[in-house]
Write a protein that binds this ligand. Structure first.
Ligand SMILES: Cc1cc2nc3c(=O)[nH]c(=O)nc-3n(C[C@H](O)[C@H](O)[C@H](O)COP(=O)(O)OP(=O)(O)OC[C@H]3O[C@@H](n4cnc5c(N)ncnc54)[C@H](O)[C@@H]3O)c2cc1C
Length: 463
């Protein structure tokens, strides 16, 4: 590992791996840093270590990552693994936490491929032991082959929930119930985007395969659910929710005994490092998501910084990979390792493929738009779990005159804990916007400040 590289890629998911491999191919000196031990990001987590029989429960899409990982590992790019980026500034000074020590490196250009994280789903009881994010369940499955014991309920909305249900079924896990919070009306809203999605019909077929498997396994599926909550004294004991049986509004209360509840309502861009490097965020109203603004080459508002993949808007793994390659080609052109003609020829095919993969997005984004109830929880629901601030306190701060998350933070401490607002940021902004009658775009986002990952004073001084 050197102190300076021509190109530094942050994030070893599909976008970062493809960007690093492609940038190396066009002759640039590249390093890629990721906090995971092995390359792969979220979707291809641990794929280089996965046993062959894991294809039976993780699926072929997961194993597709092996090709990309080996392309990256053979590309000549340096892989700085197990390294968290805890500091980044507008001069592109990058602080890494490696093996208990802090170390700074720099680069002429940065490609940010920091991906996405799950959108928080605050509901009564979500802090009880036994309640966790569906993505966390999947991380345990991919990295350690671990599955939940006891009575499992999956709840929420979005493709990842269906995928996890399918993966658990293939792994022999018993699922007590799938509780779908997607309102029935969403399908009608999304249907107009279906014709545009036809070039990506394989995504639709995949979704149908998951649903068929769930039906075949006779898992009770509750649809159009509202009022979801987790109940228990010391830990989760049951999952409760309401169903509307008819248009007349007859309400049915359901209670399912459970040991584990996994929640999911889509993913949002991980933009803290992009913001730290000075990139302008853009509000995507359809995805209800702050993302890094980029052009078709992945250039951001900062000349030396490019962004690809889910941090620049939720696009999915295949599109993320293609965006990573486009970034690298543009960098090759800017740093004079390839000419404009070669860049454009190589980019043409990538763009064709990218358009196909992106064509599914409006349908998915409309169908699985986040539920209002889980963006605007009841007053008693905990919003900031680090500092134990509930939705009522956030609303009260907004009524007192706080116009955005940063003022709410000063008055209530929400967002000041170890996760630095990762888990509460989007909910706090939604609550303030709702209470003050403004928009998410107007209220903005928590200001970002290092450390972006927890680092002890000992580690900091251990440089
Ligand atoms: C929990 C989770 C599970 C998912 N599982 C699937 C799945 O099974 N199938 C599927 O189709 N899609 C899945 N997705 C969506 C999928 O991850 C994305 O569509 C796709 O992988 C995006 O690729 P990317 O390269 O943009 O980012 P990612 O794959 O998310 O990669 C980003 C990388 O950046 C690294 N990183 C971020 N911040 C730092 C930092 N400060 N320091 C060091 N490294 C950092 C992360 O460790 C990560 O490896 C999942 C998303 C999440 C959040």
């Amino acid at each position: 590992m050197k102190d300076h590289y021509e190109v530094l890629v942050i994030g070893g998911g599909p976008a970062g791996l493809a960007a690093a491999a492609e940038a190396s191919r066009v002759g640039l000196e590249v390093a890629l840093v990721d906090e995971q031990k092995a390359p792969g990001g979220q979707i291809y987590r641990n794929v280089s270590e996965a046993k062959n029989d894991a294809v039976n429960y993780l699926g072929r899409d997961y194993f597709r990552g092996q090709k990309l990982v080996s392309e990256f590992l053979n590309s000549g790019a340096t892989f700085i693994n197990d390294a968290s980026v805890w500091y980044l500034d507008e001069r592109l000074a990058t602080g890494l936490l490696i093996d208990g020590s802090s170390r700074f490196i720099s680069a002429d250009r940065l490609i940010l491929a920091t991906g996405a994280r799950e959108r928080p789903m605050p509901l009564p009881g979500w802090q009880l032991p036994g309640v966790m994010a569906a993505g966390a369940g999947q991380i345990l499955l991919k990295s350690a082959g671990m599955v939940p014991d006891g009575r499992l309920v999956l709840a929420g909305s979005g493709p990842l929930l269906l995928l996890l249900a399918w993966q658990y079924l293939q792994a022999g896990v018993k699922i007590e119930a799938l509780v779908d919070t997607t309102p029935d009306s969403r399908l009608f809203e999304a249907i107009s985007s279906l014709p545009r999605a036809l070039p990506a019909v394989d995504y639709l077929l995949k979704g149908l395969t998951f649903m068929r498997a769930i039906r075949k396994a006779r898992i009770p599926v509750y649809k159009n659910v509202y009022g979801l909550r987790a109940e228990g004294r010391e830990s989760l004991e049951s999952v409760c929710f309401n169903l509307t049986r008819s248009r007349a509004g007859n309400r049915i209360k359901v209670q399912i005994e459970a040991d584990t509840l996994m929640l999911h309502q889509g993913v949002i861009s991980n933009i803290r490092l992009p913001l730290a490097s000075g990139c302008k965020p853009v509000w995507d109203a359809l995805q209800q998501n702050w993302k890094v603004g980029t052009n078709k080459w992945g250039q951001t508002s900062v000349k030396q910084v490019m962004a690809a993949g889910d941090c620049a808007g939720i696009v999915g793994a295949r599109a993320a990979e293609l965006q990573g390659r486009l970034c690298a080609l543009q960098l090759g052109y800017e740093l004079r390792s390839i000419g404009p003609g070669q860049r454009d020829i190589l980019a043409r095919q990538l763009n064709r493929s990218l358009n196909r993969h992106l064509s599914i997005r409006p349908f998915i984004d409309k169908l699985y738009a986040p539920g209002r109830a889980y963006q605007l929880p009841d007053d008693e629901t905990l919003v900031c779990r680090c500092e134990e601030v509930n939705a009522g306190e956030v609303r009260q701060a907004a009524r007192m005159g706080c116009v955005g998350p940063n003022q709410v933070k000063a008055f209530t401490r929400c967002g000041m804990g170890p996760c630095q607002g990762c888990l509460c940021g989007s909910t706090v902004a939604a609550l303030v916007a709702d209470e003050t009658g403004t928009t998410m775009e107007q209220v903005g986002y928590f200001r970002v400040r290092p450390p972006f990952k927890p680092i002890t004073l000992g580690e900091l001084s251990n440089s």
